[in-house]
Design a protein around this ligand. Structure first.
Ligand SMILES: *Cc1c(COP(=O)(O)O)cnc(C)c1O
Length: 365
């Protein structure tokens, strides 16, 4: 059995440290706010390379608070990649804006810059960039567009803890960036968690207020906010896991390297392109496969778990029917029937990747 994700194995490898961390939080009753949250925020800001980290309840809240705090003009359009998880869209709508879906790049699957250019109107105020699958977006041309049209950039880094564009970590390029610490993400808590990162002091203040009832002190509320906070227990767990993140990422990169080598000449498979300017952190390893559904079933019978990110492009979801943006000729529609996420996590070693690759090669022969 080769699992897609193995959080139990990961926990076992760091059990003592995690158990001690959780115990400390409970002993000190540092449940909401407090020392452990502050420490993790500082560590994570330093790790990514930004001035401010505001931890929140989950990645979706982070996106919503981040967008809302930009105070975009009423009726603003926000460009969102059509090939993503629904959270990237939900947040734009809930913050009171209109989504305009964009197509994806044909080789690395991040947002298509040509399509961004086509979709910009006088109402476009922001772009949500998703560093999809762990591969950074092509930042230089995007920042050029943003500067030219005065468009704000929010980076959705839910897949991309530690990914780099030209040697600089993602999460440092936009007006603000969000991370998710959902358990299955590359840096995951033992429950929900998220964070907003920014170098902008005013935005940081606004985000921190919004996430904590608009307060500046216990009963002084500057605005109506909400309650979205990271627990002390989750923060302490994340501090332990952050120490291992780079080693786990190296393991993912090594697993991916083995796929590239072993599947290079496999007839039914198109491998994802990792651009030369990218440090890809392989949240998922997404190939395009001929007869995808049969291959998925075949691998499943061989005890190999796979997944699909994502089976239905966002403009095609029932939730977005009202937007009438399902353009049939978008490339996201072509790939959605072909993409398959192969196991690539740090729980796997070379032997596992060899077994998976040989099953895939066997299927096509
Ligand atoms: C997981 C995810 C989110 C949201 O994260 P949650 O913490 O689950 O709310 C946002 N964007 C993308 C692309 C994601 O994969």
């Amino acid at each position: 059995m080769i699992k897609f994700l193995d959080l139990q194995k990961q926990y076992t490898s760091i059990k003592n440290e995690i158990d001690e961390a959780v115990k400390s939080v409970i002993n000190e009753s540092a449940f909401i706010g407090g020392k452990y949250v502050k420490i993790f925020e500082e560590e994570f800001a330093k790790y990514i390379g930004v001035k401010y980290c505001i931890s929140v309840g989950n990645g979706t809240d982070a996106l919503e608070i981040a967008i809302e705090g930009l105070d975009l003009p009423k009726g603003s359009e926000i460009i969102v990649p059509g090939n993503s998880f629904i959270a990237s869209g939900e947040a734009a709508t809930r913050a009171g804006n209109k989504i305009v879906f964009s197509d994806c790049h044909r080789e690395n699957y991040t947002i298509s810059i040509d399509d961004i250019k086509r979709k910009i109107t006088s109402n476009t105020s922001a772009i949500v960039l998703v560093h999809l699958y762990g591969h950074p977006c092509n930042m230089d041309p995007i920042l050029e567009i943003a500067n030219k049209y005065g468009i704000k950039i929010i980076e959705d880094c839910a897949h991309a803890h530690g990914a780099e564009y030209k040697g600089q970590r993602v999460g440092t390029f936009g007006n603000a960036a969000i991370f998710s610490f959902f358990p299955g993400k590359n840096l995951g808590a033992y429950g929900d968690g998220g964070a907003i990162l920014t170098n902008d002091e005013n935005l940081a203040k606004r985000y921190r207020m919004t996430a904590n009832h608009g307060r500046i002190s216990k009963y002084e509320h500057e605005l109506e906010g909400r309650n979205s906070r990271l627990d002390g227990i989750q923060a302490a767990i994340l501090s332990v896991k952050l120490k291992y993140l780079d080693a786990w990422t190296d393991r993912r990169i090594e697993n991916a390297r083995n796929y590239y080598e072993l599947l290079e000449n496999c007839a039914g498979i198109v491998l994802p392109k990792c651009e030369e300017w990218a440090k890809h952190v392989y949240y998922v390893f997404v190939v395009r496969a001929q007869n995808r559904d049969e291959l998925l079933h075949y691998l499943n019978c061989k005890g190999i778990e796979t997944s699909i990110h994502y089976p239905v492009p966002l403009p095609k979801l029932k939730a977005y029917e009202y937007l009438h943006q399902n353009e049939e000729d978008m490339f996201i529609n072509t790939i959605s029937g072909e993409i398959l996420s192969l196991p690539v996590g740090e729980h796997l070693v070379k032997r596992d990747i060899e077994q998976i690759a040989s099953c895939i090669t066997g299927f096509y022969n």
